[in-house]
Design a protein around this ligand. Structure first.
Ligand code: NAD
Length: 322
């Protein structure tokens, strides 16, 4: 029998961008993690990528809590799904965003894992209820939507599907809180959950503004980065509306909502650019033009910003704990 204080054994399915990051989170917090992937190359390079991330975080002033090699030693890998899930308390699935693949994996996990194992999907948008459809024990299947990079962005949306049991969502929430994530409960299994609905409502309006020629693409980002975007990390729309007054918010909405985009189809500019091969960083041209050095600078700026925010939050929580 496993003692209560033993860290939960974690299995991660899919060693791509998100799977590696999720593995890193649990290994950093003292959990034994078994990582599996059907692609040997992805599996073979996963630990090196985790090492690179951890080295960068340490350089940026983040306290990792253990030596990098000690963290890496907690990670084992196998290409065999059955071996990976023979003895585990939680499985985090992070394979391609493909409904049939995820349904198959969950049906396999449900057959192969011990009956008490909780099965979590990191899908960005697919209904958890649909993912669970081919599985027998659907009460133990739950959505846990991490954000990229998962080891730096605290939020994880914990999504209850139609048949998920409360004990399952609560166990996933509690584990995520214990490893330093910021879980939130999402009570309805709707496309986009909460975060992606909010994010893509903003993106739809951003692209509609470009379609209508109200300002150029670079100006859209300037308006956000130098305007209300500065408030967003500490003030969401709910608190902000209360702060300015719900009467004022209602008056603004009564006037403005009819002018804001509500199209169910994507922006015409977005569609036209994709049709002509203008894919952004992938092709060097998207809404904006991208030289190699600009892309490197943009990625670096984001990584440094997120590491600084993480380090600052860690310092604050250590100060509060004293
Ligand atoms: P990825 O392409 O980087 O990695 C997917 C991995 O799954 C690959 O290594 C692949 O070999 C593996 N895989 C495929 N079939 C498999 C199988 N049958 N068994 C084992 N492994 C298999 O993808 P990603 O970006 O890490 O995304 C993974 C999931 O996380 C997707 O559902 C995605 O929507 C979601 N997600 C992605 C992001 C993001 O920003 N990339 C953010 C949040 C959620």
């Amino acid at each position: 029998m496993k003692s209560i204080s033993t860290p939960e054994r974690i299995t991660v399915v899919g060693a791509g961008l998100m799977g590696q990051g999720i593995t890193q989170i649990f290994a950093s917090q003292g959990h034994a993690v078994c990582l599996t992937d059907s692609n040997q190359d992805a599996l073979g390079s996963a630990k090196d990528r985790v090492r690179t991330n951890l080295t960068r975080m340490a350089r940026g002033g983040i306290d990792l809590g253990a030596d990098i090699e000690e963290i890496l030693a907690r990670i084992s890998t196998t290409p065999d799904l059955a071996t990976a899930c023979k003895a585990c308390d939680f499985v985090f699935e992070a394979v391609y965003e493909d409904l049939e693949l995820k349904q198959r994996i969950f049906s396999d996990l449900d057959r192969m894992c011990p009956p008490t194992t909780i099965l979590c999907s990191n899908t960005s948008a697919i209904s958890i209820t649909q993912i669970a459809q081919q599985s027998k024990n659907r009460e133990r299947i739950v959505g846990t939507h991490f954000w990229n990079p998962p080891y730096l962005i605290p939020l994880v949306e914990v999504i209850r599907a139609e048949e998920t049991a409360d004990w399952c969502t609560h166990s996933a929430y509690s584990l995520l809180a214990r490893v330093g994530k910021h879980p939130v409960h999402v009570h309805k299994d709707v496309p986009g959950f909460v975060g992606n609905r909010l994010q893509h409502a903003l993106w739809r309006e951003a692209f509609a503004i470009i379609d209508e020629g109200i300002c150029d693409p670079a100006t859209v980002d300037e308006v956000i980065r130098n305007g209300f975007g500065l408030r967003l990390p500490i003030l969401g729309p709910v608190e902000n509306a209360d702060m300015v007054g719900l009467d004022l918010t209602l008056a603004i909405h009564n006037y403005i909502l009819k002018f804001i985009n509500a199209d169910p189809t994507p922006s015409t500019t977005l569609q036209a650019r994709v049709e002509t091969g203008q894919l952004g960083f992938k092709s060097g041209q998207g809404f904006l033009e991208w030289a190699e050095s600009d892309m490197a600078e943009s990625r670096e700026r984001l990584a440094n910003y997120l590491i600084n925010v993480f380090a600052e939050r860690q310092r604050q929580s250590k100060g509060e704990a004293k």
